[in-house]
Design a protein around this ligand. Sequence first.
Ligand code: 13P
Length: 252
Amino acid sequence: MRIPMIAGNWKMHKTRDEALQFIYAINMEVPKSTYVETVVCAQAPVLRDLVKRQGENVRIGAQNMHHETEGAYTGEVSAALLENIGVDYVIIGHSERRAYYNETDETVNSKLHQAIRFNLKPIVCVGESLETRENHETDAFVHKQIEKALLGLGKAQVEKLVIAYEPIWAIGTGKTATSEQANETIATIRQRIGELYDEETADQVRILYGGSVKPENIESLMKEPHIDGALVGGASLNAKSFMQLVASAYNQ
Ligand code: 13P
């Protein structure tokens, strides 16, 4: 049984006051985390404030971290610090980080190992460009991202992972993959994990869809058998629309 997850990725949005207002607005409304896991991923400087004020069933996540434990890496954030301040989740390999900050499948793999070492739960992002989809190369491309990301991880570690399938062409564009398209690709990711590990691992790993998820399309996405929830950008910024997404995941 995979517990559904709605994870908000605020990206570079919200001041401290806005972040706190949001957390106070949702704390009491969030269903038990045994039914739906509700995660808010914020900018690093506000994470500690959110952790201190998170309601019983809300989980806080970072949007990135460095793969080294410490050192001369000006401007970076370590997994050790994230663990130390009580953060639960960390997004790794978001397509924006791959596109703008040169993250590669190799750095994604190093970061995954490092996150797990410091008891953070990774949300690993994969997804293809429009060109790759139009060339009918989506499955091969996404499978390669998965294989490289998971290199060296054992079954017990992979079972606890959250993977987010986010087609780049659907992020922030208003173009959602149809729920069938999303389900199809997610099913092949699950199948590939089954081949790399075993059926049980493939059954346990949670795979989210991300890309223009909104209250209007969440229901049809959640109905699909392989989609375990959503990683949400724009629609996670407003407490009301975020809670509509969480409620839909709960009612599914
Ligand atoms: P949007 O929901 O704004 O399309 O962003 C998706 C995303 O990148 C979440 O990580």
